[in-house]
Write a protein that binds this ligand. Sequence first.
Ligand SMILES: [Fe+2]
Ligand SMILES: [Fe+2]
Length: 173
Amino acid sequence: MGRKGREIVGPIVDDVIDGLKVSYCNELMAFHYYWYTSLYMQGMGSLTIAGKFKESAMEELKHAGIIAERLNQLDAMAPSSPSEWANVSILGDADPSKYTTLRSAVEKALEIEGKAIEHYNELIKKVKDADYATYDILQDILVEEVKEEQDLEDILAKLELVEEEGREIIEQF
Ligand SMILES: [Fe+2]
Ligand SMILES: [Fe+2]
């Protein structure tokens, strides 16, 4: 652990650690959501979206790794038990088995990204003037979450267009 690194965060350090633990659990829940959905998604066009979801799963796992490293620097451990991931995360019920159609999977992913974005935004505000290292890390992650949300919105918009026109989805992605 970095003694000075922890010390300079000051009195909010425990608050920051709690926030990072929530982030870690969100990331692992999101990872599993994307991963599982990519395996079981059904319907036309789902192969392409499954590939995109697999990439998103890897990105969430990368985020979890970055968060765990920051927790380590602050002399804290990431939550280790899967039941804790579900309880500490603010994503709510993210059981991927309920979202196996293309549209429902994308809509649920958008909901997950929205909640993750709100969470990071709040945490960034909290650390802004006290913990520059966490501030930096969270900003980078937030930018990637916002990009993911935009990609999902684009997919959904295309999906709606295709449904309206009754065309084959598979050619659209
Ligand atoms: Fe993430
Ligand atoms: Fe994400």
